[in-house]
Design a protein around this ligand. Structure first.
Ligand SMILES: Cc1cc2nc3c(=O)[nH]c(=O)nc-3n(C[C@H](O)[C@H](O)[C@H](O)COP(=O)(O)O)c2cc1C
Length: 343
């Protein structure tokens, strides 16, 4: 993992923790942009539950094993990377600066990880591949037009994207508190009634793998895989859609049980530490997507900020792997966990 931790915005990023970045991002971003990044639907119960459920899982510490170094390298769809902590698709990076979208994929490349990029981004799929960038997975929104999704997915395949996919959970719009925000197209957001036929159609349009994000039940997981999904992301969109759902990590076991032998299962929602990620990885997740912390990192220091976020989380992951006696991700399993006994 290489990191050029140069100071781009007057901050010594090398000395900052992720919580320092959060505090500084809040200071420098307008209240509108900060409010959008941190926004959660209605009462915020789903958002808080993402953290609470992770906190309830504890580790079994194991010391007498002599492991000194751990290997966090992994591979998805033929892309070999140094960490299983990937960049979640966030359509709102453009709100920070015109450069932010590119800085995210550049920072991801510096950290040797994979970036999911959103259909709601301002950058086109072509623009994302100019300059230094990590392996990319493009995530379409059917709300922006069905034919447009298939057209861009075909383009992404030609441009060398590792995979394409659909974010299916916006069958109703994102909600920030009591309000529906304006979309990046400057119009009111709307939902889209997605069905398995949309996944089947996308599978026919491309030969690269298809990822389906926004799975919160074993029924949807099975349907998505039956329709052709090559991987699924367990996600409640960081608590921005339906309030009072389970947390993503609570749903992970049933999704793994339903489809985990056939496809890779990824997860996001509330992962703020390497220890948090280790819990999902030990349960069987292939990778953990990081959402808002990447927003803070890019806001504070551009590409080096993004790289630093992934590196800090990966360092914490490695440290926790040593404490639990795990040398690499292949040897990881849920024996290191004690479920539902934390606070
Ligand atoms: C500001 C913001 C914008 C987002 N935009 C998208 C998007 O365009 N497409 C998508 O699939 N998910 C989007 N998400 C959801 C993230 O991909 C991810 O599921 C969520 O942020 C994970 O939770 P975390 O922020 O607690 O890590 C967005 C989230 C935030 C906070």
């Amino acid at each position: 993992m290489t990191t050029e931790n140069t100071d781009t915005r007057g901050m010594d990023i090398e000395k900052m923790s992720i919580s320092d970045m959060r505090i500084h991002a809040k200071r420098i971003l307008s209240s509108e942009v900060w409010g959008h990044c941190m926004g959660i639907a209605e009462s915020g119960t789903t958002y808080r539950r993402n953290f609470a459920a992770i906190e309830r899982i504890l580790f079994r510490q194991n010391i007498l094993h002599g492991i000194k170094k751990v290997d966090t390298s992994t591979e998805l769809f033929g892309q070999k990377v140094s960490t299983p902590l990937f960049i979640a698709p966030i359509g709102a990076f453009y709100m920070i600066t015109d450069r932010a979208e590119h800085e995210v994929v550049e920072g991801a490349a510096q950290a040797s990880t994979i970036s999911f990029v959103s259909h709601a981004a301002k950058s086109s799929v072509e623009e994302y591949v100019t300059g230094n960038h990590s392996p990319l997975i493009w995530m379409g929104y059917l709300t922006r037009g069905e034919e447009e999704v298939y057209r861009i997915a075909r383009q992404a395949e030609k441009l060398g994207y590792a995979a394409v996919g659909l974010t299916i959970d916006t069958i109703q719009s994102v909600k920030i508190g009591d309000h529906i925000p304006i979309s990046s197209l400057g119009r009111p957001r709307r939902g889209f009634p997605v069905t398995p036929s949309h996944i089947e159609r996308l599978k026919k349009e491309v030969t690269i793998p298809v990822v389906i994000k926004g799975i919160m039940s074993q029924e949807d997981a099975k349907e998505a895989v039956r329709a052709g999904a090559d991987a699924v992301v367990v996600s409640n969109h960081g608590g921005r859609l339906l309030d009072y759902t389970q947390s993503a990590i609570e749903v992970l076991p049933e999704v793994l049980e339903a489809v985990g032998k056939e496809v890779d299962v990824l997860i996001d929602g509330g992962f703020r530490r390497g220890t948090d990620a280790l819990k999902a990885l030990a349960m069987g997740a292939k990778a953990v997507l990081i959402g808002r912390p990447v927003f803070w990192g890019v806001a504070v220091a551009g590409a080096p900020g993004v790289s630093r976020v992934i590196q800090l989380l990966t360092d914490e992951l490695k440290r926790a792997m040593i404490f639990t006696g795990v040398g690499d991700l292949h040897s990881l399993n849920k024996d290191i966990l004690i479920m539902n006994e934390g606070k």
